[in-house]
Structures are given as structure tokens and as C-alpha cells.
Design a protein around this ligand. Structure first.
Ligand SMILES: [Zn+2]
Length: 339
């Protein structure tokens, strides 16, 4: 901020000097000297006005991005995965990530209805979300960052752009009709990184969007409300459990509590609190069924002991259920409760 202010002050004094000496000249003949900066709707972008009546965009934030180590280490540009040596076990239980510090430092890549959520879909992991779009609709960088990957991906993504961000997150944009960036480009939030398409394993024009941390996915709906375009947090607590494909934003929003796996079965299937509640309900239903009375119609010649043995119960149980004694007379045609 301070450096851009300084820049403006230098520019202004230069203009004042040149204005006196060049007063007689036509505007288009003036030398191209920066004269002023204007703010834009995007806090990352300013417009520099030149003395010869031209202008260009200036991105003050980009200077500070370039020096960052996050854009140099694990920097792989020909493969989608960049952190092959690291594992989920190496990560802390949770991390607090700053998503943005100023309004304009984030932009929902597209706004629309999520038609396919993060989770297991037809037996496969769906590592992101899908939003249907019109062909060639622009798709925006979610945060400032640097393009790590931009090429056709044979694994199903089609034309894929991956942008890495300051906080280590990466955003993935798949099935593009065309990329609008090159590897190594620095982008601001809202830069058009490409255009909607249906390349790769896709059945219609849509954006497949993922957010990853060290190659690991979590539900992008934890960060963006795609229907409104709003971001959910300024500082996001990324819990390790979010990397589970079964862990998604909707359960978090429904009951304000994460459905964390509590146990694992012998074949490795995880049991969540939701599963346990469902089981308890099942047991309760079965118990309730057991308590439902069952009746037997007494036939002529029946005795309590014969009825008991035929129905897998005892005489004393029959007496208890029907409020009778062993010596009570039972009559054919009457109902006797046997359960
Ligand atoms: Zn998808």
C-alpha cells in the first residue's frame, strides 16, 4: 500500500514538472509517463493513467505473491499431483487458513446450482462439485495465486487449470472448453482462468471444481455457497476429517455438527454417529415389535401346557400375560394372549 502511494506521489510530481514544460504539446504527443492510479471494483487491480492518454491495469498484490515460497516448493507443472511424498498422516489435526484479507481477494468461480456434490457417486469418488453452465461462460479464479497446471488431462478432467494460492490451497477447474491462462501466470481473484466446456469425461457443459490441500480433497461447499456466490469464512479451519470423501458440507450445515467416523468395522468400513443412531432405531423398532401382543384362539381339548409348548412359551408366562392361574378353566373359542 505504502509503495503504491509513494509511486503515485512520484508520478504526480513528475506530471507537475512535465505539465509546465509540455503545455504547448498535443496530448497524444506527450511522453508516456504514469500520471495517476484509479481504483477499480477489484481491490487487487488498479488502473494506471498515463500522460499520453493511455492506461493499463496494475496489480499491486502480484509483487508480493511472487516472492512466496508456496509458489516454488512442490511446484509440479506437468502432473496434477504435486505432493506425492507427503501423506495425510503428516498433517496436523486441524489448520487455520486465511481465505482472504480484503474484499475482492476472493470470487466464487461461477454462481449456480450444484447438481453433483462432493462424495461417492455411482461407486466412484467425486472429488469436487459440478455446476452446469452455458458453453464458453467465463470461469474465475477463486483467489489470487499462481497457475500450476494448464493443459488437457487424459484422466478425465479434460482441459484442466490448477491454481495454487497463498495459503497452500489449490483450486481445480475441469472440463473447460478452453484455458485462458498459462503455467506460471499470476492471477488475481476474479481473473478469467478459462471458459466452460465439456472436455474429458463429461456428459454436458459444466464446471467440475475441486479444492485441495497438498493433493487432498475436501468439499468445496465448505468454503463457497455456490448458489449465492458468498464465501463462508474469512479464516477457515480445515479439519483433517474433511479429507474423508464421506465428509461434506451439507451435514455440517444441517445439524451444526460434523458426522465423524467413530469406529471402523473389520473390513475397514467406517461407522459414523449417524450409522449408530440408525442402528439404535432399528433395535428399538424390533423391541417394540416384540412387545406387540399375539393372541391364540383356544380350541376344544387345549390345555395350558399344550398351548405353551406349541407356542414356545411356558404355562407361568401364559398365566402372567392373561392374569390367570394354572388351574383356571380355559374355554374353546376364547382368545389367549401368548406373547
Ligand atoms: Zn464433477
Amino acid at each position: 500500500m505504502r509503495s503504491s502511494l509513494l509511486r503515485v506521489m512520484i508520478v504526480v510530481s513528475m506530471v507537475m514538472l512535465s505539465a509546465t514544460s509540455l503545455r504547448a504539446q498535443r496530448l497524444e504527443d506527450l511522453p508516456r509517463i504514469a500520471m495517476d492510479t484509479l481504483s477499480t471494483g477489484n481491490s487487487n487491480a488498479q488502473v494506471i493513467i498515463y500522460t499520453n492518454n493511455t492506461w493499463e491495469f496494475y496489480f499491486p498484490g502480484l509483487d508480493s505473491l511472487i516472492a512466496k515460497n508456496v509458489y516454488n516448493s512442490n511446484w509440479v507443472t506437468d502432473q496434477v499431483f504435486a505432493y506425492k511424498g507427503t501423506s495425510v498422516n503428516d498433517l496436523p489435526a486441524s489448520m487455520e487458513l486465511s481465505l482472504f484479507s480484503r474484499v475482492g481477494d476472493y470470487k466464487c468461480p461461477v454462481v449456480g446450482r450444484v447438481t453433483s456434490k462432493y462424495g461417492i457417486r455411482r461407486g466412484r469418488n467425486h472429488n469436487g462439485i459440478d455446476i452446469p453452465l452455458k458453453l464458453r461462460e467465463p470461469i474465475y479464479a477463486a483467489f489470487p495465486g499462481r497457475v500450476r497446471y494448464s493443459r488437457y488431462n487424459g484422466g478425465g478432467y479434460g482441459n484442466l487449470v490448477i491454481v495454487r494460492h497463498d495459503n497452500g490451497l489449490e483450486t481445480w477447474y475441469g472440463h473447460l472448453s478452453k484455458s485462458n491462462v498459462e503455467v506460471g501466470d499470476y492471477v488475481v481473484a476474479g481473473s478469467v482462468i478459462g471458459f466452460a466446456g465439456s472436455t474429458g469425461r463429461s456428459t454436458g457443459v459444466h464446471l467440475h471444481f475441486e479444492i485441495r490441500y497438498q493433493d487432498l480433497t475436501f468439499d468445496p461447499e465448505r468454503i463457497f455457497d455456490f448458489e449465492t456466490g458468498d464465501i463462508r469464512y474469512q479464516n477457515f479451519v480445515l479439519d483433517k476429517s474433511f479429507f474423508n470423501i464421506r465428509s461434506n458440507a451439507s451435514e455440517l450445515l444441517e445439524d451444526g455438527e460434523e458426522d465423524i467416523a467413530l469406529l471402523a468395522t473389520e473390513d475397514g468400513e467406517e461407522i459414523t454417529s449417524e450409522d449408530i443412531l440408525a442402528n439404535i432405531e432399528k433395535i428399538q423398532e424390533a423391541e417394540a415389535k416384540k412387545l406387540e401382543p399375539v393372541y391364540y384362539t383356544i380350541k376344544s381339548g387345549d390345555t395350558l401346557s399344550r398351548i405353551a409348548s406349541r407356542n414356545g412359551t411356558t404355562v407361568s408366562e401364559l398365566c402372567r400375560l392373561n392374569g390367570i392361574s394354572r388351574n383356571s378353566i380355559i374355554r374353546a373359542g376364547r382368545q389367549l394372549r401368548i406373547k
